[in-house]
Design a protein. Structure first.
Length: 230
């Protein structure tokens, strides 16, 4: 195995680890959601395979594709135990569009997280109820477009021209980061923030005292945005 092959294997294992973490947190469904990682030495990316059970991924289910979305066959690449030929995620074009528009991004996470999916059905900003919520107060919601379409890739990448998260209407979330850890952290923080927001709304409907739930003061929000987001 060459040094390049060894490096690719480690990167693939990092993607598998991230998928496992998100699956355990129920942000990824058995076959829904996809993750990718930018290869540090080329314009290629590593991305999860299409329609593969996410609870039992291995490095052989992470494919390398070039900037056009074409699969790059690595020498000595393992064949999945099923023997079935696998294809890159149908959302490969979405991932590539984000990398093209954001050279600072090293990893992209797309999941069908339940609370993010619910929130994305509405046109309402995330209130600054917690410190984590502040990251998402200006988050955009992308109008519905067919999965795997060029339209969706264009809309999602434009929504992420700035910021680290966007919601896809009827279709979950996309988060980005300088590396996989940061992109996964953002997905987890977004889902937890929306949990707080929705629970707060439910508590208000149940008659908790007070006319409106307390939010972080505007001046504090502006200051914290500079620290957290830049």
């Amino acid at each position: 195995m060459t040094d390049t092959d060894s490096s690719r294997l480690e990167l693939k294992r990092a993607v598998v680890g991230a998928v496992n973490e998100l699956y355990e947190h129920e942000l990824i469904t058995p076959t829904g959601g996809n993750l990718s990682l930018r290869c540090p030495d080329s314009d290629h990316i590593l991305i999860t395979a299409s329609q593969i059970f996410k609870g039992d991924l291995g490095p052989e289910h992470i494919l390398e594709v070039d900037s056009k979305g074409k699969t790059v066959e690595a020498e000595g690449q393992e064949t999945p135990p099923s023997g079935r030929r696998i294809r890159p995620s149908v959302e490969t074009g979405l991932h590539l569009a984000i990398y093209a528009i954001r050279p600072d991004v090293g990893a992209v996470v797309h999941t069908h997280a339940p609370l993010a999916t619910v929130w994305g059905l509405f046109d309402e900003p995330v209130a600054a109820f917690t410190i984590d919520c502040i990251r998402f107060t200006e988050m955009r919601v992308v109008p519905f477009a067919a999965p795997g379409s060029r339209e969706l890739a264009t809309l999602a990448s434009e929504a992420l021209r700035r910021g680290s998260a966007t919601l896809l209407r009827n279709h979950g979330l996309v988060t980005v980061g300088k590396d996989m850890r940061e992109a996964v952290n953002m997905a987890l923080a977004l889902e937890e923030s929306l949990r707080i927001v929705l629970l707060t709304r439910m508590a208000r409907l149940c008659g908790l005292a007070g006319e409106e739930p307390a939010v972080i003061p505007t001046k504090a929000v502006d200051f914290l945005k500079k620290i957290m987001i830049g």
